[in-house]
Design a protein around this ligand. Sequence first.
Ligand SMILES: Nc1ncnc2c1ncn2[C@@H]1O[C@H](COP(=O)(O)OP(=O)(O)O)[C@@H](O)[C@H]1O
Ligand SMILES: [Mg+2]
Length: 343
Amino acid sequence: MTTTTTPKTSHSLAIAARGLRKSYGDKTVLDGIDLAVPAGTVFSLLGPNGAGKTTAVKILSTLISADAGELRVGGYDLAADPQAVRAAIGVTGQFSAVDGLITGEENMLLMADLHHLSRSEGRRTAAELLERFDLTEAAKKPASTYSGGMKRRLDIAMTLVGSPRIIFLDEPTTGLDPRARHTMWQIIRDLVTGGVTVFLTTQYLEEADELADRIAVLSNGRIAAEGTAEELKRLIPGGHVRLRFTDPAAYQGAATALREATGDDEALTLQIPSGGSQRELRSILDWLDTAGIEADELTVHTPDLDDVFFALTGDTDTTSSTAGTANTTNNANVPTQSKENAR
Ligand SMILES: Nc1ncnc2c1ncn2[C@@H]1O[C@H](COP(=O)(O)OP(=O)(O)O)[C@@H](O)[C@H]1O
Ligand SMILES: [Mg+2]
């Protein structure tokens, strides 16, 4: 399911990679990966530490060269026209570009200089961006005194000085506290609302789930899976609706009526395989109403991206540990409920 749906034309793609390869010595980091990121979307490259995320970002942002691959960013060929690519993109690295010894404002003005803005234009842009990222008050303080969240905000503000259409964010929330992380998420959403394409790397499944239109899971140098969060979750068994009863007679009646459900006679619970979509839930509820069955509790259990991630990137020797908590019971239902249900 990796790239068969990739459009052939790359005009609408902000980032397109085919057969991207990179090795360090005899270590293959990227083993011929394909990426397709439509303009104006958030694409998340998800992978554990050392998977090759930063390597991919560095290549796509022209900082290092690939060993092989057909690469286009912002419509420009990376090998033929790296300058044009550079003009179209902004990069916020895993390790901040912020200089702690100078103030936030000075960092911004430095970026304005790098982008050849005039003095007045530089000052205006710096002031606007500092304001937008809630850094006006701290603008005159050395950046070393900033909190982690403030530094990341300054980093992004610096990236935006050149008005890039495509932004690479390499683990923008790693190490941030939950509040700063949510602020960063909102910043990313606002960027996309403004028409920017975001290429986001993260180790956090929750983050990819929250922000990304599409997610690619990088594992062992390859894209192990690619799709929307929902599509990825459907790859993994175990989504179900659980009905709990207090009245044994009601439970028995329901168990008899619901043939596809798996019952637990002790706990008086029934599990119905389900992807958890609104449509599926409605049909289950309608069905229960029609059958006159009233459960005391109805809960939806969907496999989360964690399950997907561990199943795809996990060690092959430890397949038994790939299942999450909610998906150990009805493995038999699995294979049929991947893609068809998505439509
Ligand atoms: N300059 C380099 N020289 C040698 N090996 C490198 C270099 N940069 C990265 N690597 C190796 O490539 C692999 C991928 O690294 P990286 O892209 O930083 O992963 P990630 O960002 O997903 O954590 C790691 O095994 C790392 O040690
Ligand atoms: Mg990295």
